[in-house]
Design a protein around this ligand. Structure first.
Ligand SMILES: Nc1ncnc2c1ncn2[C@@H]1O[C@H](COP(=O)(O)OP(=O)(O)OP(=O)(O)O)[C@@H](O)[C@H]1O
Ligand SMILES: [Mg+2]
Length: 249
C-alpha cells in the first residue's frame, strides 16, 4: 500500500527544470529517505507532496502526485492536504509561546476548546515525540527556553498533535548535535508505526539507520530507489555507487 504515487513529475522554477520525469511510490507507514548532492531537487520533491511549492512564484508542475488515489493537484483541498501532511524543517521553528501552547495550537485553531481534551492531546503528542518526561513539569514555560534538540522534538510533537497521516522532514537533524540527532533517530522507530515519513537527509549514515526505502537523486532525476539496504550495499546504477562511496560530492 502506497501513501503517494508520483508519476511523470516535472517541476520548473521559471525556465529551470528542477525535477525531471520523477516516478516514485512512497509506501505507507514506512520511512523513505531522499538523498543526493546539494541542488538535486530533494527539498523541491518533498514540497510537492504537500503543495508547499504553490507558495513559490513561477513554479510549474506537470505529471501527477496521487495521495491514496486522489490527485493532490486537482482533487484535494490544499488546506486538508497540509493537515494530512505535517512538515518539520531543518531549523527548529517553535512558535513564540509556551511548550503547551505550541502543541495545542493546531487543535485550538480547529476549534477544540475543552481543557481535558487539549491536555490529553498535548501529553500524547509530547510522549510521541519522546519529549514528555523532559518537559512535563514546565509545560507553561516558553518554548524558546528549550535546547535545540528539544525544540525540534517540540516541532515534531506539534506536527503529531494534528494527527497527520504523513510527516515530511527536510534535514530535521542538520542543526542538531550528535546526541540530539540520536534522540530523533530513535524516535523514528516509533513514528513509522503510525505515520508515513519522508525525510531528506545529507547523512548517508542516517538514511541507512532509519530509512526503509531510499531514493537517490542527481540533477533533478531520480537515479535509483529501493530498499535502503540494497541501495547502500548493491546499488544498480554506477552513479549511486559513486555517491555512496564518496567518489563525487
Ligand atoms: N524557490 C526557488 N526558486 C528558484 N529555484 C529554486 C528554488 N528552490 C530551489 N530552486 C532550484 O531548484 C534546484 C533544486 O533545489 P532543491 O532546494 O530542491 O535542492 P536540494 O536537493 O534540496 O538541495 P540541498 O541539499 O542544498 O538542500 C536547484 O537548482 C535550486 O537552485
Ligand atoms: Mg534541500
Amino acid at each position: 500500500m502506497n501513501t503517494f504515487e508520483i508519476t511523470d513529475l516535472d517541476l520548473f522554477y521559471g525556465e529551470n527544470q528542477a525535477l525531471k520525469s520523477i516516478q516514485l511510490d512512497i509506501p505507507k507507514k514506512q520511512v523513505t529517505a531522499f538523498i543526493g548532492p546539494s541542488g538535486c531537487g530533494k527539498s523541491t520533491l518533498l514540497r510537492t507532496l504537500n503543495r508547499m511549492n504553490d507558495l513559490i512564484a513561477g513554479v510549474r508542475i506537470k505529471g501527477s502526485v496521487r495521495m491514496e488515489g486522489a490527485d493532490i493537484y486537482s482533487d484535494v483541498d490544499v488546506r486538508k492536504l497540509r493537515m494530512r501532511c505535517g512538515m518539520v524543517f531543518q531549523k527548529p521553528n517553535p512558535f513564540p509561546m509556551s511548550i503547551y501552547e505550541n502543541v495545542a495550537y493546531g487543535q485550538k485553531a480547529q476549534g477544540v476548546k475543552d481543557k481535558k481534551t487539549l491536555d490529553a492531546i498535548v501529553e500524547e503528542a509530547l510522549r510521541g515525540a519522546a519529549l514528555w518526561d523532559e518537559v512535563k513539569d514546565r509545560l507553561h514555560s516558553h518554548a524558546f527556553g528549550l535546547s535545540g534538540g528539544q525544540q525540534q522534538r517540540l516541532c515534531i510533537a506539534r506536527t503529531i498533535a494534528m494527527k497527520p497521516d504523513v510527516i515530511l522532514m527536510d534535514e530535521p537533524t542538520s542543526a542538531l548535535d550528535p546526541i540530539a540527532t540520536a534522540r530523533i533517530e530513535e524516535l523514528m522507530e516509533d513514528l513509522r508505526k503510525n505515520f508515513t515519513v519522508v525525510i531528506v537527509t545529507h547523512s548517508m549514515a542516517q538514511a541507512r539507520r532509519i530509512a526503509d526505502k531510499t531514493a537517490f537523486f542527481l540533477m533533478g532525476e531520480l537515479v535509483e530507489h529501493g530498499e535502503t539496504e540494497q541501495i547502500f550495499t548493491n546499488p544498480k546504477d554506477k552513479r549511486t555507487h559513486g555517491y555512496i562511496t564518496g567518489d563525487f560530492g
